[in-house]
Design a protein around this ligand. Structure first.
Ligand code: HEC
Ligand code: HEC
Length: 222
């Protein structure tokens, strides 16, 4: 939805910011990712108001804020009337998911979240491992996510989970005639991190993937 509504035209590829905005305080349109949101919004309601009205009400009523917005070349538009209530909620969940603020409390999984952000797992696996990024030549046509039925097909045990992360493949797939065909043919392959991160870090990443898989983040994204 963010793509089809044109959000990335201003907020940069995948919402990572960087579009020049002369006359604005930051000099660029802010990112939607990497904890930048923290500097602009406090609650999910602020996000709803940014999308519907161009900014939260408390900001729009502040003359200083309005004056600052007027000096900038690019302004956040109001999308009210361009999306349904249900679509707004999907968009807010997406914004929360990419905000870098939806994090596990458990220490090992939290360390995994830090590593996943550093290593860029979500660039291929989608926001919070939603999956769905295109992958020509693969069995399903897209990169699998960390939730949903695809995950259960590809990961049957913690050993397999750690093997995926460390080695980028598991034997159950590479030794099976049909799945091996698609495994080799897919354009984007799972990265192999075993040579670059310590075994403890592989455990931490696995704990984080499990936390996402369990859906514990869902209430935090509301
Ligand atoms: C025409 C350019 C433009 C488009 C299109 C646009 N934005 Fe923005 N957006 C901005 C600017 C400029 C700001 C900074 C406003 C401020 O400083 O308060 C902003 C601020 C935001 C913020 C708060 C700051 C941040 O980065 O977290 C959110 C959230 C946001 N926009 C979401 C969206 C979403 C979602 C869409 C698509 C539905 C969208 N924007 C489309 C220009 C745009
Ligand atoms: C270059 C893109 C890319 C990056 C970066 C990447 N992956 Fe993957 N990953 C894939 C692809 C493609 C598959 C599917 C492989 C297959 O089916 O053969 C996959 C499969 C997986 C699986 C198997 C199950 C599933 O449904 O997702 C796990 C778990 C996984 N990756 C975790 C991670 C973690 C954790 C990171 C970051 C440390 C990461 N990946 C980074 C592309 C990537």
């Amino acid at each position: 939805m963010a793509a089809s509504l044109g959000c990335f035209g201003c907020h940069g590829p995948d919402g990572n910011g960087g579009t020049r905005n002369p006359g604005s305080e930051e000099g660029t349109v802010p990112a939607l990712t990497g904890q930048t949101q923290m500097m602009f919004v406090k609650t999910a309601d602020d996000l709803r108001e940014y999308v519907l009205d161009g900014a939260p009400r408390r900001k729009r009523e502040d003359p200083d804020y309005r004056a600052r917005m007027e000096t900038a070349a690019i302004r956040m538009p109001a999308f009210r009337g361009h999306l349904s209530a249900a679509e707004l909620e999907d968009l807010v969940t997406y914004l929360r998911a990419v905000s870098g603020q939806v994090l596990p409390e458990e220490a090992l999984a939290a360390r995994g979240a830090e590593l996943a952000a550093e290593l860029g797992c979500f660039a291929c696996h989608g926001p919070l491992g939603a999956g769905g990024m295109p992958n020509p030549g693969s069995l399903k046509g897209y990169v699998p996510g960390f939730w949903g039925a695809d995950f259960d097909d590809l990961v049957r045990s913690d050993d397999e989970l750690r093997q995926w992360i460390a080695e980028g493949e598991i034997r159950r797939i590479t030794e099976h005639r049909i799945s091996a065909f698609f495994f080799r043919r897919q354009v984007i392959k799972m990265a192999t991190y075993g040579r670059f991160v310590a075994p403890d870090d592989v455990h931490a990443l696995a704990a984080y993937v499990r936390w996402i898989r369990a859906g514990a983040w869902r209430p935090l994204a509301r």
